[in-house]
Write a protein that binds this ligand. Sequence first.
Ligand SMILES: C[S@@+](CC[C@H](N)C(=O)[O-])C[C@H]1O[C@@H](n2cnc3c(N)ncnc32)[C@H](O)[C@@H]1O
Length: 265
Amino acid sequence: MLMMEQRRIVTWVGTYGGESVEAIIDLFLGLERMAPGSLETTAKAFQVAAQDYDIEKIVEFGCGSGVSTIELARLSGAPIIGVDNCAPFLAQLKQKIAQAGLDQQIQVREQSMEVAWRKGTCFDLIWCEGSAYAIGLENALQRWRELLKPGGRIALSDLVWIDTDPDAEVQEYWQNQGVTLCYPNDTLALFSSQGYQVVDYFIFPESDWQNYYQPLRARLPRWKAEYSYPENAGAIDQLFQEELRMYDQFKAQYGYAFFIAQRAP
Ligand SMILES: C[S@@+](CC[C@H](N)C(=O)[O-])C[C@H]1O[C@@H](n2cnc3c(N)ncnc32)[C@H](O)[C@@H]1O
């Protein structure tokens, strides 16, 4: 069982070292966000996605503990299925759903983003914040297209290069993490080649990174001191401290972008 859980989440945490899956889950269970973002950014992307289009049914992939799921439910008023393969994150989301009285509107499914859906399943909007890279952007776009009605929308956020000549150190860092960063234009071309028409894209403001990194910075030392397996905690702490250091040093060179597109007919 543990092995299965490890295998299922390793695509995400693999970027941080698969040996400490439980430790990473424990670290993130104490954080609101697991990627850069804000309620404002979620709302901005939703407005673009919903422009001149009725959103009646939504699926969110890699919803985690649901920071954007709850906001999306409020913004859209539409039924949402939140999909994630990590049960502890979904348990947290279920608590939030109950607290917000949104049980009728939001369902959660513990399954892979790659799982095939029943034939004929169709959504008006696919949402994915900070998670698509876990299965590869091209793969995600290919798989998810058939889940969208013609004209249906997709909004997803991903890491991108901003500097045209990023420093070798930061390139090497992300490469070693197994994370592929594209230039926004390349991602836009990928959308087109996979049968989508891009509606718009925008780069996250710096404050969206702080929404993620400030609580992470604050939590790491306390968590490291308290977590039951000090060796794992030490290794994970080091990995995230390195990610934070990269950001501090090279934040002008890369960023997070939201891409909003519609399924081409
Ligand atoms: C970086 S977190 C982002 C979570 C959330 N969207 C947020 O912004 O806080 C990535 C999420 O994707 C989930 N995940 C990773 N690989 C997955 C897969 N193959 N299928 C389903 N969920 C996956 C992880 O469990 C995690 O909740």
